[in-house]
Design a protein around this ligand. Structure first.
Ligand code: NAP
Length: 257
């Protein structure tokens, strides 16, 4: 299949729903050969993504792992992807890793229990760290590692301190790893979405005043859609972004400029 990602293999965490699903579909439209559709619980949503990816002509495989289990989960993800890649392409290697899965509980400092803190940090930071470690030696030269952060690293978010801290650390990790992968032509970048219409904030966005406030944050006066973010991730995944690494790329729709 032709396209900017023709013959590439990709693994997208949290691609059963939301931004990750839009990334999987965008990669399929660009001709990716195989897409690992990782999810935690929602097998039906993962299967729906797989059906839609395959309708676009790419192969897809469901990869189940609860990221709150940390390294055990990320080792399992790599083992599942590797087996699928060998079956589909005859080669275990990976071209593009997108660390997208995340959780964002709205819990202020005083109400953040140790278990909530540990869960947020494990899913949003520890899992991407150890997934990069697991796949690092198996990414082809010229490959891509893309992490998904949040605009809450740029503006104060007292409603979500553990979440903001986890994503700030993910951005720092991106910077720290870019030199290590550079000699192999592999870029490491972060994409920073703003308010995006997904299940993550569906209840909040359904409140008219909240939606109006979210729309007013962007210079484009609307809430972001998953495809708005997925297209930026697709650019970073493509050869067009070969000269960009170690960066945080804003995909907030010019929020709070
Ligand atoms: N939506 C926004 O406004 C917004 C803004 C800034 C940044 N972001 C970031 O963008 C990324 C995607 O967010 P989204 O809005 O698309 O989220 P979403 O619609 O809530 O989807 C979350 C995805 O992550 C997976 N996931 C969550 N917890 C998991 C766990 N413990 N183990 C395995 N998988 C797990 C879910 O799998 P299941 O389907 O199996 O549950 C799902 O595929 C996140 O990193 C988020 O922080 C989102």
């Amino acid at each position: 299949m032709s396209g900017r990602l023709s013959s590439k293999t990709a693994l997208v965490t949290g691609s059963s729903r939301g931004i990750g699903r839009a990334v999987a579909l965008a990669f399929a439209r660009q001709g990716a050969a195989l897409i690992g559709v990782h999810y935690g619980n929602d097998a039906d949503a993962a299967q729906a993504t797989i059906r839609d990816v395959e309708a676009l002509g790419s192969k897809a495989v469901a990869i189940k792992a609860d990221l709150s289990r940390g390294k055990e989960a990320t080792d399992s993800i790599w083992a599942q992807f590797k087996a699928a890649a060998i079956a589909v392409t005859g080669d275990p290697r990976l071209d593009i890793l997108v660390n997208n899965a995340g959780v964002a509980p709205a819990v202020p400092l005083s109400q953040t229990s140790e278990s909530v803190f540990d869960e947020v940090l494990t899913i949003n930071l520890k899992a991407p760290f150890f997934l990069i470690q697991a796949v690092g030696d198996h990414i082809r030269d010229g490959g891509r590692i893309i992490n998904v952060s949040t605009g809450f690293t740029r503006v104060a978010a007292p409603t979500h301190p553990a979440y903001a801290a986890s994503k700030g650390a993910l951005e720092t990790l991106t910077l720290a790893l870019a030199p290590e992968f550079g000699p192999r032509g592999i870029t490491v970048n972060t994409v920073m979405p703003g308010v995006t219409e997904t299940d993550m904030n569906a209840a909040w966005i359904a409140i008219p005043e909240a939606r109006a406030g979210a729309e007013a944050m962007s210079v484009f006066s609307r809430v972001g859609q998953p495809a708005d973010v997925a297209d930026v991730i697709t650019f970073l995944a493509s050869n067009d972004a070969r000269w960009t690494t170690g960066q945080v790329i804003d995909a907030t729709g010019g929020a709070r400029l």
